[in-house]
Write a protein that binds this ligand. Structure first.
Ligand SMILES: Nc1ncnc2c1ncn2[C@@H]1O[C@H](COP(=O)(O)OP(=O)(O)OP(=O)(O)O)[C@@H](O)[C@H]1O
Ligand SMILES: O=C(O)c1ccc[n+]([C@@H]2O[C@H](COP(=O)([O-])O)[C@@H](O)[C@H]2O)c1
Length: 195
């Protein structure tokens, strides 16, 4: 039987408990065998480059995922040092896992702009999307999406946490201690990130 593999792509600048909780929810609610966490070299619709380097973001993802056997860090987007279009990520992962049934996990902010993703026609053939709500964002998909786009909805859970808030808290001298795994927080402090 083919493996059901979840993919969660992101800038992960830094990875936080919101990412980990939606990945776990996706695993449990849709019986995924594993979830690949794929740091984007540069996310396509973000004008700003990440604050942390690609290597630092990968280190944080590896630390965050080390204790859950179903979670795995993937360098699928780092193999090309250019803008990380998901259609290419999915094709790369299809080569790594030829028999896999791929599910792309994402939050409401991305669902709302999914029709703007590069070659969404082709990506919609390659993956099923699993969408999660997110406070402050409408999770309505655009009618412009191709009709064959499959979107499954995760059970409602609102996680008001973002990498932006974590970066801002650290910049202003507040703690971000319980927003992300303790080993990732320790790494951020050791590397003097986001100051
Ligand atoms: N709290 C959350 N609830 C639901 N989905 C989330 C949440 N945080 C992130 N995601 C989803 O995880 C994926 C990766 O997100 P990303 O790495 O850009 O984190 P972010 O918190 O949105 O970062 P930033 O604040 O820098 O934009 C995206 O699909 C995003 O929608
Ligand atoms: O392929 C696209 O055009 C595309 C547009 C926007 C976002 N994505 C992917 O969605 C993931 C989350 O992106 P972001 O902006 O929330 O960090 C990340 O893996 C991006 O590569 C992909």
């Amino acid at each position: 039987m083919s493996q059901k593999i979840g993919i969660i792509g992101g800038s992960f600048d830094p990875i936080h408990n919101g990412h980990l909780i939606i990945a776990l929810d996706a695993c449990e609610q849709f019986s995924l065998d594993r979830v690949l966490f794929v740091p984007a070299f540069q996310a396509p619709l973000k004008s700003k480059s990440p604050d942390a380097s690609p290597a630092q973001r990968m280190q944080m993802v590896e630390k965050a995922t080390e204790e859950e056997p179903r979670f795995l860090a993937s360098d699928a987007d780092y193999r090309f040092e250019s803008t990380s279009y998901s259609v290419r990520t999915a094709a790369t992962l299809k080569q790594d896992f030829p028999d896999a049934d791929l599910h792309w996990i994402l939050g409401a902010d991305q669902i709302a702009q999914l029709h703007l993703w590069r070659d969404i026609e082709k990506l919609s053939e390659q993956v099923t999307f699993i969408a999660f709500e997110r406070p402050g964002f409408k999770s309505t998909a655009s009618p412009e999406l191709p009709s064959h786009t499959r979107i499954k909805r995760g059970k409602l859970r609102q996680l008001d946490i973002s990498s932006t808030e974590i970066r801002e808290r650290l910049k202003s001298g507040q703690s971000a201690k319980y927003f992300l795994p303790a080993n990732v927080f320790a790494y951020i402090k050791a590397e003097n990130l986001y100051l």
